[in-house]
Ligand binder design. Structure first.
Ligand code: ACO
Ligand code: OAA
Length: 374
């Protein structure tokens, strides 16, 4: 399942050890602490998986109840953070809002000792949805929402704040699945960013702020938004095929396809695709889902490129009426668990990450006097 890896971008180089996940190992495409992601997505709530990734084992019922109650109690935002969020304009990108929100939280509730790493992470896990929705609803709808709702789950809390009404069961279930699928993925770019930052013995908020910046780009987490922008321009499956062929002829990169490690498929795709299909039936869609399926067929037929985790997330989120620009922030709400667990793992066996560069610049030369320079 994994590619033969070599070349630029540190591809194929082992850059450290992890006990958190395997990506592209034959037999199972993706595992978190030894559990197949398919199994986890079928049997677990996101909070169980977050607990697994952060604390090392699957919680029993009492541990899960306690953990969910703890997270529920951590949803509130300090007034100083709300003040900052209210000053960010409506046309800001929500990933930038979240980056600022995380950084501000680090000023207000600083991690002063590494012993606090679990508690500062739980706090972020509980309040990142509040940060996104508080800013979104204030800047777009001019309302100051109550972020301390009684919803049972992180996904439910997010949807409730976003829409101002309690979400239905199907949507809550899809949020659990989506957050589970996005939670952890070995040494991807944003996680590696977090680990490099952690290796300097920096604080948790700095590591997570940096990781948010790395996830934002369209070659990484930003691909779910870019995929949505593409497919919403297609009016039918045939139109999608025609446009995709044109893009391929022009050698354009198609967001939501391909992967740095997987060679034939991304195991998360078939899972989110099934849920996207269910949501399509639920809303009576006759365009977006068939368009997405045709894009998948064309890319495989023409280029042997497959959908990664991001592609069918686009239609799934769209069917749940989630605004496109909030797609990547949802990824953050989930991947925070992986990032933080990697920071903890790095801290537990640390050496500063400092690779070498191959120098390709000028040979040694004298500095000319300023009047002699061209
Ligand atoms: C959750 C996630 O972060 S998943 C990734 C999300 N990102 C995207 O969906 C962005 C689109 N995809 C891509 O840009 C790439 O596939 C990446 C960044 C994910 C992986 O990059 P790489 O490891 O460099 O890809 P890889 O080595 O397989 O590329 C092989 C060839 O396929 C091409 N290719 C790869 N993906 C695509 C794509 N989505 N569309 C068109 N061509 C592609 C590359 O341009 C390359 O061609 P070249 O050798 O002529 O330059
Ligand atoms: O592993 C990667 O390079 C990107 C990815 O799929 C992820 O971070 O989920």
């Amino acid at each position: 399942m994994a590619k033969v890896l070599s070349g630029a971008g540190l591809r194929g180089q082992v850059a450290g050890k992890t006990a958190l996940s395997t990506v592209g190992k034959s037999g199972s495409g993706l595992t978190y602490r030894g559990y197949d992601v398919k199994d986890l997505a079928e049997k677990c709530e996101f909070e169980e998986v977050a607990f697994l990734i952060l604390k090392g084992h699957l919680p029993n019922q009492t541990e899960l109840n306690d953990y969910k109650a703890k997270l529920k109690g951590l949803r509130g935002l300090p007034q100083a953070l709300k003040d900052v969020l209210e000053r960010i304009p409506a046309d800001a990108h929500p990933m930038d809002v979240l980056r600022t929100g995380c950084s501000m939280l680090g000023n207000l509730e600083m991690e002063t000792e590494f012993e606090q790493q679990q508690s500062v992470t739980d706090r972020m896990l509980a309040c990142f949805p509040s940060i996104i929705c508080y800013w979104y609803r204030f800047s777009h709808d001019n309302v100051r929402i109550n972020v301390e709702t009684d919803d049972d789950s992180i996904g439910g809390h997010f949807l409730h704040m976003l829409r101002g009404e309690v979400p239905n069961e199907l949507h809550v279930k899809v949020m659990h699945v989506s957050l589970i699928l996005y939670a952890e993925h070995e040494f991807n770019a944003s996680t590696f960013t977090a680990r490099v930052c952690a290796s300097t013995l920096s604080d948790m908020h700095s590591c997570i702020t940096g990781a948010i910046g790395s996830l934002r780009g369209p070659l990484h987490g930003g691909a779910n938004e870019a995929a949505m922008e593409m497919i919403e321009g297609f009016t039918s499956a045939d139109h999608a095929e025609e446009e995709m062929m044109g893009k391929l002829a022009r050698k354009e990169k198609i967001m939501g396809f391909g992967h740095a490690i997987y060679s034939e498929s991304d195991p998360r795709n078939e899972i989110i695709k099934q849920w996207s299909e269910k949501l399509a039936a639920d809303v009576g869609d006759t365009v977006l889902y068939p368009v997405s399926v045709r894009c998948e067929e064309v890319m495989w037929r023409e280029k042997k490129l497959f959908c990664n985790a991001d592609f069918f997330h686009a239609s799934a989120y769209n069917f749940m009426q989630i605004p496109t620009k909030l797609f990547t922030p949802i990824f953050v709400m989930s991947r925070l668990t992986g990032w933080a667990a990697h920071v903890m793992e790095q801290r537990a066996d640390n050496r500063i990450i400092r690779p070498s560069a191959e120098y390709i610049g000028e040979d040694l030369r004298p500095v000319p006097a300023i009047e002699e320079r061209g």
